[in-house]
Design a protein around this ligand. Structure first.
Ligand code: SAM
Length: 377
């Protein structure tokens, strides 16, 4: 049996059935083997260093109404906020001084001119104000502010953001429709991902794992979708229920399946690493929300990025995408030493003052870390 599994793991090209088989590993022995294999693939293709992106959730105002999300526009219990620019700069400067190297600017979705100007401004200012000997181009900036027009994406790119996260949530148009209102279109998200790639961003996408009605076939198709779309970075985490959303009707099912969803999320990380090899994969906060050591577990299953929470504490409570978000009551941010200790406890090194860009992006386009074209081999 072990030989059959090893043969499967060692394939170079993975079919839909191969991926489905890998995701179906169930016994502890098989899952341990999957984890160890994914770890080796990670080590060979992107190394063992864990890269950090400080996460600043700068606004929870959102025009979208995703049925699963705690900050959806119809959740009137949420106290809405947008951080002052000064507060964002402070958090960004702290991030750079600590040695994080990069940050993620995340918010609810808005596409009005005032918002676009605001985001463009903060990118420019953060890039300028965080330049140092260690970071000659300033902090690396990953944006996560949803679907925008190609022109807007271009403005953000020109301002200095060079990575963008936009999850497809599920690559199944049918399932996508079930968890979003009619005005949120699968096709528009696909278009947005293509535009981001054309502009030259390192493009990240991802899915929620354990969405009610999602099958192993869906997840296998998601992994093939990442491959087909030539994705550079992935953020995948368990779907976690939020009690003030329309999907709270699944509470019982969610509670019964919690452990299974958590394990499935780890398996999806491992199989994605094995199939895609040189991409960056984040071990998400949602894993930690399910189990306190969930982020560390994600690292063991092949993830190589962590996004420590740097959102100022006075608004953390108002950015709850799901129940049980960790770190809400902590009065300090995830400081570099604490994160470093947690990561080193898994035997990994931390990339201090490094961008930790996606190897896949450079492997594919023959560019170096500063975006210059390398001569073809
Ligand atoms: N508005 C931006 C966007 O849609 O890309 C960024 C913010 S959005 C809240 C970030 C991500 O949170 C979503 O892509 C989604 O996958 C995740 N999320 C929202 N609700 C969730 C839930 N209940 N469980 C797990 N992840 C959730």
């Amino acid at each position: 049996m072990k030989m059959v599994l090893l043969e499967l793991l060692n394939k170079v090209h993975f079919t839909f059935d191969d991926i489905k088989n890998l995701l179906s590993f169930r016994s502890k022995e098989d899952i341990d083997m999957l984890r160890d294999f994914a770890y080796q693939v990670m080590k060979q293709n992107v190394g063992e260093t864990v890269y950090l992106r400080g996460l600043i959730e700068f606004s929870n105002i959102c025009i979208n109404d995703c049925y699963y999300c705690g900050i959806r526009k119809s959740n009137h219990k949420v106290k809405r906020y947008t951080l002052d620019k000064e507060e964002i700069y402070e958090a960004a400067k702290w991030c750079a001084e600590q040695g994080f190297g990069s940050l993620v600017l995340q918010s609810g979705e808005r596409n009005d001119e005032q918002f676009i100007d605001f985001v463009e401004d903060i990118i420019i200012k953060i890039k300028l104000s965080t330049k140092s000997e260690k970071l000659p181009s300033g902090l690396g900036i990953t944006l996560c502010v949803g679907e925008q027009t190609k022109e807007t994406y271009q403005r953000f790119f020109n301002a200095g953001a060079h990575r963008y996260l936009l999850r497809i949530e599920t690559s199944s148009p049918v399932l996508f429709k079930k968890i979003h209102p009619d005005f949120q279109l699968y096709e528009r998200r696909m278009e947005a991902l293509k535009n981001l790639k054309e502009i030259g961003f390192q493009v990240g996408t991802g899915i929620m794992i354990g969405i009610p009605g999602q099958t192993i076939d869906d997840l296998a198709n998601d992994i093939l979708f990442f491959k087909k779309m030539d994705i550079d970075m992935l953020g995948m985490g368990p779907y976690i229920i939020h009690s003030d959303t329309p999907m709270n009707v699944y509470y019982q099912e969610y509670t019964e399946r919690k452990r299974e969803i958590y394990e499935l999320a780890l398996k999806v990380i491992a199989v994605t690493r094995i199939v895609l090899k040189d991409v960056n994969i984040a071990s998400t906060t949602a894993l930690q929300a399910m189990y306190p050591m969930g982020r560390e577990a994600g690292l063991m299953f092949g993830a190589n990025v962590i996004m420590p929470m740097l959102t100022p504490t006075h608004v953390r409570n108002d950015y709850q995408l799901y129940n049980g978000k960790p770190c809400i009551d902590e009065f300090t941010s995830d400081c570099f030493e604490c994160v470093q200790q947690r990561i080193e406890s898994t035997g990994r090194k931390v990339g201090k003052d490094e961008y930790g860009d996606s190897r896949h992006y450079f492997n594919n386009r023959h560019l170096n870390e500063y975006g210059y074209l390398l001569s073809p081999e």
